[in-house]
Design a binder for this molecule. Structure first.
Ligand code: PLP
Length: 223
């Protein structure tokens, strides 16, 4: 099913200028990404390295590719030359590898730290204590080829809006923690709070999100 131009424009209008829309194109064919690109959209999110690399090769080079899935250390080198923002960094080890591959490619790579806010065990991310340990580490200060630009989190799959709102508020408070670390290291430059998906982006924006990751609502349900 091709992207519905009207629903795209409607979402863009609703989000306004201050919330970045990442169109989550995972499992969707290159032609559908191209459709959205032709409407002037540049930011796309993928969660598998192999799929991302294949799509990147086939599409215009001015797209902004966002990596939103769990990233294995040994795969970083495959995306380091072109990735725009990695949303899902959840360890110092991964941060160091991204820094190394960024240096190899003579570029800076922007990243978000993923924080676990949902009740489900299966979701990746740092907990509050791990976040503080990572940010306090002297090693982070030495990573000259990365910029920590903010946080990403996923709320629980719940019908209870109160639960979702609370989780987003928790992430928002971690974002304030991140801001309090900005003075400690030049590569900590918090400005992005990536929270909200098709089902909960309105709540996320009410709770301070400035970057939403939307798939289903733009491209139709994934099978
Ligand atoms: C798939 C995915 C999304 C988009 O989900 P939709 O329900 O299709 O909007 C957002 N964030 C992450 C991390 C995802 O894996």
């Amino acid at each position: 099913m091709p992207v519905n131009k009207d629903s795209y424009q409607q979402i863009r209008t609703e989000l306004g200028k201050h919330v970045t829309l990442v169109a989550v194109s995972k499992t969707k064919p290159v032609a559908e990404i191209q459709n959205l690109y032709e409407l002037g959209h540049l930011d796309f999110g993928e969660n598998y390295v192999q799929e991302l690399v294949e799509k990147q090769r086939q599409l215009p080079s001015d797209l902004h590719w966002h990596f939103i899935g769990h990233l294995q250390t040994n795969k970083v080198k495959l995306i380091a030359s072109f990735i725009h923002l990695i949303h899902s960094v959840d360890s110092l080890k991964l941060l160091k590898e991204i820094n190394k591959q960024a240096a190899t490619n003579q570029r800076l790579i922007s990243v978000l730290l993923q924080v676990h806010i949902a009740t489900e065990e299966s979701k990746f991310g740092l907990d509050a204590a791990e976040l503080k340990v990572l940010l306090s580490s002297n090693e982070v200060k030495e990573l000259d080829n990365i910029i920590i630009e903010g946080l990403m989190g996923m709320a629980s799959f719940s019908k209870d809006i109160g639960v979702i709102r609370k989780e987003f508020q928790t992430l928002r408070s971690h974002f304030d923690t991140l801001k309090s670390f900005a003075a400690t290291s030049p590569n900590i430059q918090p400005r992005l709070l990536s929270m909200g998906m098709s089902s909960d982006y309105r709540i996320a924006i009410e709770e301070g999100s400035n970057m939403v990751r939307i798939g289903n609502l733009l491209f139709g349900e994934r099978i």
